[in-house]
Design a protein around this ligand. Sequence first.
Ligand code: SF4
Ligand code: SF4
Length: 265
Amino acid sequence: METVLFPVALVSGLGLIFGLILSYASVKFEVKVDDRIAKVREALPGANCGACGFSGCDNYAEAIVNGAEINRCPVGGPELVAKLSDIMGVENQAGEKMVARVMCQGSWDKVNIKFDYDGIMDCRSAASMSGGPSSCVYGCVGMGSCKKACAFGAITVENGLARIDETKCTGCGKCIAECPKLIIKLVPARSGYSVACSNEEKGAVARKNCKVACIACGKCVKTCPKEAITIVNFKAVIDTAKCENCGECIKVCPTGAIAKYTVLM
Ligand code: SF4
Ligand code: SF4
């Protein structure tokens, strides 16, 4: 009997000792998980687009709790920043809502076509061939590289020209990085007018290549009551900080280079 009881007592005793050691270790070496990570993750939109600079919402949530800025998610916008500032107990760092805008109106019917392009549907590839098929080497190449880059379905390409639905645009800037012509710019969503032309040639050449090019005549500059327009490199540029959306410039533009946009707040 004793020969049976001894091993049983020994195993039970060892089990008790190891159990105590493990419970002590689990308390002593516990890795505390900051419960704010789950709250931040729940607040983030879950788009996993990477526009914040992190590899997804999970990583960004962890980074925020470890000190990253709370205003790097363009998808959530100012409302998200307000929520995150509550969770993190920091000052609201929301900035102005920005949207991407294509500064070109040169669709195939507005420009001259230099050659028929039948290469791969990629703007960089098309642009590497004499600047692309459009007579305006500053304008949209129209192969839709920006459209492919947009995770929010905000871009369509029609008739050789990219257009952005600003109600869907989050201002993440992915399209900007893809455009070989650098014609997509971020502007405040409250901006109602833009000179939608990026041509830097002298007026006569610009107009010869595109019916809606800015010819740098300066009529808008003289007309703007807020002195918000200047001519830079043979094209007009509207300073969105000064512009009050009165629309006087669009009335005097002889080529239609200034475009009107729906103001989004
Ligand atoms: S806006 Fe730029 S990226 Fe988009 S289609 Fe035009 S050239 Fe290509
Ligand atoms: S009036 Fe039109 S064409 Fe003339 S500078 Fe202004 S935007 Fe360009």
